[in-house]
Each structure stands twice: as structure tokens, then as C-alpha cells.
Design a protein around this ligand. Structure first.
Ligand code: C2O
Ligand code: CU
Ligand code: CU
Length: 492
């Protein structure tokens, strides 16, 4: 009987005791079950604080203009997360989070990442198509005081990516403490979209934290099967935030940079918005939606319209995680949050309507009739019954060959799936066509309990017989515990 499964004792504030009577004609059993109280901040925020907009990292072009170098200094510092108490946090070129790196397709970049943390870290460019040596996974550790300087040519369409550490076994902690930033790729294709950074093109890095006496807390009051679920939301590091809107149409780049929490974003007045892009770039055409769910690591670009003087609150309502009622309490499936209030000025500048054609190269499902099928069973904290082993290459892939990856979650626990170096399309979920939010390019995808998601994956350009890329669950504690594997891409 699952109801008697032992759970660690937790502070009463977080839970209410429920008494469950289990009766039959001859036996009456009494079990005390601790139930996690649902977390909600809906209607309780003041939205007093102007949301922080991360600085744009401009980089330094070389004298001949052939390469642009970005200095990224990973460091410790102190930040007022909430109230007046300073908390130790980690960041890039600052005490908490990092600058937004904005690069252009076709340019060569060098990232000079210096590690001033008191321990080894790495820096991974999530969503980037790049050679394995530059990927920044667990095979590219940066020791204390060391600098790692990979360079590569940006070669993919405009998209919203992000960067974060990927040290073996410690990613959740490094990201939670604040080492994360947005990475925007532009291209030369002319699609009329809001693109004035911080004005009508706004990065929103969303993380949930726990705060204890004003400080970032790393204690885990319950043994969450998916890792630490915070009860306070930060947007670009700001709590209780608002965003001053100055245009009639505003583009929001949503990034779920949380370790474990899935959000289902919508507006408090149910207004619809246009989804224009997902992880790997623009959609074929905008899609009108009222909500969009993002699991850890996923991104969405949306355009929202406001009239002069209006306000609207971006909110996260209970996500549909596909978990049963028992497991739901430990996965955030019953939690809801007010995220940020949008406040439109009394006069707004005008942006053109969003064009009906977006992706310059239309996204098409590849022909997979004869494609090789690869199975990934996500179970416990293992993939195909194995945990990450840095010295084991799980498989070898041929360059320029489309494969079908069949992602199965036979358990009751949420998992998602991320693959490095490439972007993929979703073929189907339990045989049904993907929902509108999964019809664009993806690099991270939720795999609901009891479900099989099939994706079409292809690797191009870069081969390396020894240095692998990673695939893993992007619930960061699962990743840290070993729910990850590695593959190399080889010449045919
Ligand atoms: Cu965002 Cu392998 O990670
Ligand atoms: Cu990644
Ligand atoms: Cu997982």
C-alpha cells in the first residue's frame, strides 16, 4: 500500500497531517500520512521590484574582426535575494546570474571562462551546435583559478539558448546558486519581430528558490523525488518583480532555469499570446495560446500584446505532469505562482504585427521510415538501466544520419530529456501528433510518466572519436545522480 511508504519527517509548516482510515470488515488500520501543503503565491505578491534585466555581454572583437572574445568570470558574491539580508550567491561577471550573451550566426566566438569559485566547475552552452571539445560538459572541467577558452563558429538559426555549469555530480547546486545566463543567437534573416533588448525583447530567467532567514537555503525539507522545489520565484534574480512595458507588442524569452520545477505559464486575465519560438528557434508560424508548459531547461519565445495603461500578471498554474495523485504532491504539480506583473505605460510605441511566416527554413518532419531506432528508458535515476559513467561511451552515431529516439518513461516520476549539440523534432507522443508547443525545434522535452515520446535526431558537421556529447534528464538532481549518458559522433 503506497500510503504507508515512509517519508522523512519535515517541518510542520510545510505539511499538514492527514489521517487516513483503511477499513475492512475485520481490520481497521490507521495510518498517519504527511501531505505536502500545496505552494501558492497567487494574489500574494506586491510586484514592488522592477525586474532586473541582465547586462548584454558585448564581447571584444579581435583587431582584424575575425573573432569576438567574451570574458566570463565565474565568481562568488553576496546578493539581496529577498528582504534586506545578503545571501551568498554565485554568478558570472557579478554576484548572481550572468550577462546575456548575444551572438550572430556566422561569427566566430571565443569564450574565456575563468573559474573563481572555490571548486571545479564547467560551462555548457545549452542548445548550441558546436564541436564536442567546446561543449562544456563534464569532460571540460575548469579547476579553481583556471581559465578555459573554447572557440567555435556560431552556425545555427536565431534562437534563445542559455549557459550553465555542467560539473559531474554538482550541476544542481551550481545552477541553484546562480550560475546561469541567457545566450541569444541572431541571424541575418529578416523577420520583423520585437528585438530591442530590454525594451521590447525581454529575457525572463525563472528559478525557484528556498529562502531561510533571507538566505538561499540548500536544505531539503523533504526527500523530493525530483530534487529541490523552491517556494519563492526569482525572475532574472528579482523577487516580486514587475516589468514596465513600453510597446504594444512585447517579446518575452522564457527560460525555465529551475532544477526541478515545471511551470505552466499563462496570464491572470487569460489573455492569449503568440508562441513564436521554442528551444531551437522560430516556429513555422505563430501559434495563439493561453498557456505554455516548460520543464527544466526548456525555453519559449512569446509575444504578448498590452494596451496603454493595462497590467497583466504572468502566472504559473498547476502544471500537467501526468503524475498520479500520490506522486503529485512531491513534484510541484499542485503549486501555482504569480511570476511577474507587466505594467503598460500610458502611451506605447507600436510594433508591427507578428508575420505569419517565421522560420526561414521551414521545419519539416524528416522521413524516418528506414531510420534506426534507439531506445531510452528513463527509470529511477537510470537510463536503460545504467547510470552515467564518464569512461563509458554509450553509443556511436554516424554523422548526417537521422535516427528515431524513443524516450519511454515507464515510471510514475516526471523526467525530461535533453541532448547536446543538436536540435530535434518531436514525431509523436504515444502515437499522437505533438501538441502545438512541441511542433518547433526542441533540445529538451518533457517525458510524462507512462508515456513514450519519439523524436527525430540528426548530428551534422562535427565528429570526434573520443570526446562525447551528453544526453540526460534535465531535472538537475537526476542528472547529478547519474541519469545521463554519452555518445560520440563519427564519420560514416
Ligand atoms: Cu542544460 Cu547537459 O544541459
Ligand atoms: Cu545542453
Ligand atoms: Cu529525471
Amino acid at each position: 500500500m503506497t500510503a504507508t511508504r515512509p517519508r522523512p519527517i519535515v517541518p510542520l509548516r510545510r505539511r499538514i497531517a492527514a489521517v487516513v482510515l483503511l477499513g475492512t470488515a475485520s481490520v481497521v488500520a490507521v495510518a498517519v500520512v504527511y501531505v505536502q501543503a500545496d505552494v501558492s503565491t497567487v494574489g500574494r505578491l506586491s510586484f514592488d521590484n522592477p525586474v532586473n534585466i541582465p547586462d548584454l555581454a558585448e564581447g571584444e572583437p579581435s583587431p582584424d574582426g575575425s573573432i569576438r572574445t567574451f570574458e566570463l568570470d565565474v565568481q562568488t558574491g553576496f546578493t539581496r535575494l529577498i528582504h534586506d539580508t545578503e545571501s551568498e550567491t554565485w554568478g558570472v561577471n557579478g554576484a548572481h546570474l550572468g550577462p546575456t550573451i548575444r551572438v550572430r550566426r556566422g561569427e566566430k566566438v571565443e569564450m574565456r571562462v575563468t573559474n573563481n569559485l572555490p571548486e571545479t566547475t564547467t560551462m555548457h552552452w545549452h542548445g548550441m551546435h558546436l564541436p564536442a571539445y567546446a561543449d562544456g560538459g563534464p569532460h571540460q572541467p575548469i579547476g579553481e583559478g583556471r581559465t578555459w577558452s573554447p572557440s567555435w563558429i556560431i552556425d545555427q538559426p536565431a534562437a534563445t539558448l542559455w549557459y550553465h555549469p555542467h560539473p559531474h555530480g554538482a550541476t544542481e547546486r551550481h545552477v541553484y546558486r546562480g550560475v546561469a545566463g541567457m545566450l541569444i543567437i541572431d541571424d541575418d534573416i529578416d523577420v520583423e519581430l520585437p528585438e530591442a533588448y530590454g525594451i521590447d525583447d525581454i529575457p525572463l530567467i525563472i528559478q525557484d528558490i528556498r529562502v531561510d532567514n533571507g538566505r538561499l537555503s540548500e536544505s531539503d525539507p523533504i526527500a523530493d523525488p525530483i530534487g529541490r522545489l523552491g517556494d519563492t520565484i526569482l525572475v532574472n534574480g528579482t523577487h516580486d518583480p514587475h516589468l514596465n512595458i513600453t510597446s504594444d507588442r512585447t517579446r518575452l524569452r522564457l527560460l525555465n532555469a529551475s532544477g526541478a520545477r515545471t511551470y505552466d505559464f499563462m496570464f491572470d486575465d487569460n489573455r492569449s499570446f503568440q508562441l513564436i519560438g521554442t528551444d531551437g528557434g522560430l516556429l513555422n508560424q505563430p501559434v495563439d495560446l493561453q498557456n505554455i508548459q516548460l520543464s527544466p531547461g526548456e525555453r519559449a519565445e512569446i509575444v504578448v500584446e498590452l494596451k496603454a495603461g493595462e497590467t497583466s500578471v504572468l502566472r504559473s498554474v498547476e502544471p500537467d505532469l501526468g503524475v498520479n495523485r500520490w506522486d503529485a504532491r512531491f513534484t510541484g504539480a499542485h503549486d501555482s505562482f504569480d511570476i511577474i506583473e507587466l505594467r503598460a505605460a500610458t502611451t506605447l510605441s507600436r510594433n508591427d504585427p507578428i508575420p505569419n511566416r517565421l522560420a526561414p527554413e521551414p521545419i519539416e518532419q524528416p522521413d524516418v521510415d528506414n531510420a534506426a531506432i534507439r531506445q531510452f528508458e528513463l527509470s529511477g535515476i537510470e537510463i536503460n538501466g545504467q547510470r552515467m559513467d564518464m569512461s563509458r561511451i554509450d553509443f556511436r552515431i554516424e554523422l548526417d544520419t537521422t535516427e528515431v529516439w524513443q524516450l519511454t518513461n515507464p515510471t510514475g516520476t516526471p523526467h525530461n530529456f535533453h541532448v547536446h549539440d543538436t536540435r530535434f523534432t518531436v514525431l509523436d507522443i504515444d502515437g499522437d501528433p505533438p501538441p502545438p508547443t512541441w511542433q518547433g525545434w526542441k533540445d529538451t522535452i518533457y517525458v510524462p510518466p507512462g508515456t513514450t515520446v519519439r523524436i527525430a535526431v540528426r548530428f551534422t558537421d562535427y565528429t570526434d572519436p573520443t570526446l562525447p556529447y551528453m544526453f540526460h534528464c534535465h531535472i538537475l538532481r537526476h542528472e547529478d545522480q547519474g541519469m545521463m549518458g554519452q555518445f560520440v559522433v563519427l564519420e560514416p
